[in-house]
Design a protein around this ligand. Structure first.
Ligand SMILES: Cc1cc2nc3c(=O)[nH]c(=O)nc-3n(C[C@H](O)[C@H](O)[C@H](O)COP(=O)(O)OP(=O)(O)OC[C@H]3O[C@@H](n4cnc5c(N)ncnc54)[C@H](O)[C@@H]3O)c2cc1C
Ligand code: FES
Length: 234
């Protein structure tokens, strides 16, 4: 069991959870969290926001019963953490952009630490949060509130682009990657697909992702996929 160090509310419905324990992991990997008994049935996946000397940190949005229970955790409370799971983002070199939409910024903070000097683009529909924590790690930091953050990113400038956010944003990133390719510069674009999960370890197929070479599992084969591999439906 892990112990809560702090669980701070940042803005309405968004919390920063710091947990003590011997927990590590790579950028883009996730843990399955559980702070309840029988209900809800399943643990909930959250990306690693940061690994520090004391343990691991998460940034999460309260959307339902599991995250509501997490939001009630107080310093000293216990919770179960399983992981780290998933492939994570690759350790890349060259010119890198990190692009996050809403709570999709959560895993990108760890990327910003691991890949200092990246350009960082953070988009929010209403209120921004955590943006100043990114600034020391960024070559340039762009914060977009109320607009479409992807429109701020010139894909052709970059060798590698990491994107995490809602599905329409990921699909738009894929289209931008293709357009940059036809214009002569083909950045490698990596998408973190935070699909709904159940087991988190490749046993149930709930998190299936449609890819050019067939169906793959977001939990075990991902959550990070090359944009060109993924088939978005609808
Ligand atoms: C690999 C991975 C990493 C993630 N990292 C983070 C993170 O760092 N921070 C964070 O806030 N969230 C993250 N998520 C999403 C998070 O797991 C869900 O929001 C959470 O499980 C919801 O649990 P709940 O019990 O509060 O809501 P539920 O009661 O399960 O659902 C409430 C509502 O949210 C919707 N919902 C639930 N899960 C998802 C999902 N994965 N995608 C879209 N809609 C969903 C449901 O359809 C429903 O409408 C991640 C998901 C995955 C798969
Ligand atoms: S969540 Fe069960 S296979 Fe991915």
């Amino acid at each position: 069991m892990a112990t809560v160090i702090s669980n701070e509310r940042l803005v309405n419905g968004v919390y920063h959870l710091r947990v003590r324990g011997d927990y590590g992991g790579a950028m883009g990997q996730f843990y399955m969290l559980r702070a309840w008994g029988a209900y809800p049935l399943l643990s909930r996946p959250l990306s690693i926001h940061r690994v520090n000397g004391d343990g691991v940190e998460f940034l999460y949005h309260v959307v339902g019963e599991g995250t509501r229970i997490l939001a009630e955790l107080k310093p000293g409370d216990s919770l179960s953490l399983e992981g780290p799971f998933g492939n994570g983002f690759p350790a890349v070199t060259g010119k890198v952009a990190l692009v996050g939409g809403g709570i999709g910024i959560a895993p990108l903070y760890y990327c910003a630490q691991e890949l200092p000097g990246s350009d960082i683009y953070l988009g929010f529909s209403k209120e921004s949060y955590m943006t100043e924590a990114f600034r020391p790690h960024a070559a340039e930091l762009t914060v977009n509130v109320g607009g479409l953050v992807l429109e701020d990113v010139d894909f052709a400038q970059y060798d590698h682009i990491f994107v995490c956010g809602p599905h329409p944003m990921l699909k738009a990133a894929q289209l931008k990657a293709m357009a940059a390719g036809t214009a002569g510069k083909q950045p490698k674009v990596y998408l973190s697909l935070e699909n709904r999960m159940a087991c988190g370890v490749g046993a149930c197929l709930v998190c299936s992702v449609s890819c050019r070479d067939g169906n793959r599992k977001a939990c075990a084969d991902g959550p990070v996929f090359l944009a060109e591999e993924v088939l978005f439906h609808g």
